[in-house]
Design a protein around this ligand. Structure first.
Ligand code: TYM
Length: 327
């Protein structure tokens, strides 16, 4: 079983990334041959600072190991170290249409109202399709916001297979049953995000415990007093999901526990405490791992070598079937 996922290095990683991404990576690495890619090539599709990209790439590597990826089991690597990613992005543009890409909601969300919208922001899902298809991945653990991109990757694979011959496996997305879309604590109708969310409503994985407690204390709640889920209660629903992710309790268990009318204040305090408990050991491991850059670079180099060797046959097949003369 082949598993692949990717995550962007820029922007501080937050509780949404933990829930839809990291947590699932750690679970799925047990199920087969797992590859986790720090997608630096994706990060240049929005305005960015080169120096920040460099350090955030290493920050993310440290975080991936801190949350529990085991370098003995998982291959962790940087996308730009494996040249096949950039190459396949160009090649696959032959079978991805302008119309398909124009329907991507993330392109609309990230591009709307911006002075500068890069061409890369538009073609980005093709790069992501290549990331997945090059590895002949069976499973792709992701959060809900990447669902449309995964569907596009499947469409690209199908178009390529039918036009040039069977080449790619069709990947399946793996979504968490709870916490596939963690929302902003201040504006619970939009997803938690360091780039597009509110600073106070975004819980960063490296936030100090008191900062986390404060963010939960000031989280927006809904009318009424009961701790229960519902379309009319986006704030409380989100906090129940977060508590479930942090403690492993089901949402029903949580609702039952607060059915005696403990009130929102107590509930928010408890969620904050549970998140502090979840993130404190991760933050401590992260700080330790981040301090040894030489070791991180060594692990990433080893990962890139394995990834390069893994994708080589598929990359060759791609060129060959498309009719390129082999050197
Ligand atoms: P990225 O870097 O934005 O996010 C990384 C992972 O975190 C998940 N996520 C969330 N899950 C729940 N709630 C949220 N609020 C939340 N915010 C983010 C994302 O769904 C993702 O799983 N295009 C991708 C990166 C990528 C990729 C790939 C993923 C590039 N190539 C190949 C899988 C396979 C992205 O920008 O994710």
């Amino acid at each position: 079983m082949r598993i692949l996922s990717g995550i962007q290095p820029t922007g501080d990683k937050h509780l949404g990334n933990y829930s839809g991404g990291f947590r699932q990576y750690v679970e799925t690495q047990e199920r087969g041959d797992a590859f986790f890619c720090i997608v630096d090539l994706h990060s240049i599709t929005v305005p960015y600072d080169p120096a920040a990209l460099r350090s955030s790439t290493l920050d993310l590597a440290a975080m991936l190991f801190a949350v529990g990826l085991d370098p003995q089991r998982s291959t962790v690597f940087v996308q730009s170290h494996v040249k096949a990613h950039a190459e396949s992005a160009w090649l696959l543009q032959a079978v991805a249409s302008y119309g398909q890409l124009g329907r991507m909601t993330q392109f609309k969300d990230k591009g709307e109202g911006k002075d500068f919208v890069s061409a890369g922001l538009f073609t980005y899902p093709v790069l992501m399709a290549g990331d997945i298809l090059l590895y002949q991945a069976d499973l792709v653990p992701i959060g809900d916001d990447q669902r449309q991109h995964l569907e596009l990757a499947r469409d690209v694979a199908q178009s390529f297979n039918s036009r040039f011959g069977e080449t790619f496996k069709l990947p399946e997305g793996v979504y968490p049953t709870v916490g596939a879309r963690i929302m902003d604590l201040q504006e619970p109708t939009r997803k938690m995000s360091t780039t597009n969310g509110t600073p106070q409503g975004t819980v960063r994985l490296i936030d100090e415990p008191d900062v986390i407690r404060k963010k939960f204390k000031t989280a927006v709640t809904d009318s009424g007093r009961e701790v229960r889920r519902g379309d009319d209660k986006p704030g409380i629903t989100n906090l129940i999901d977060i508590l479930s992710v942090a403690t492993g309790e089901t949402r029903e268990q949580i609702e039952a526990r607060y059915a005696d009318g403990a009130g929102y204040g107590q509930f928010k305090g408890d969620v904050g405490e549970a998140v502090v408990e979840l993130l404190t050991p991760i933050r401590e491991r992260y700080l330790l791992l981040r301090s040894d850059e030489a070791e991180l670079l060594r692990l990433l180099r080893t990962g890139a070598e394995k990834a390069t060797a893994t994708v080589e046959p598929t990359l060759r097949a791609l060129y060959d079937r498309m009719g390129f003369v082999q050197p």
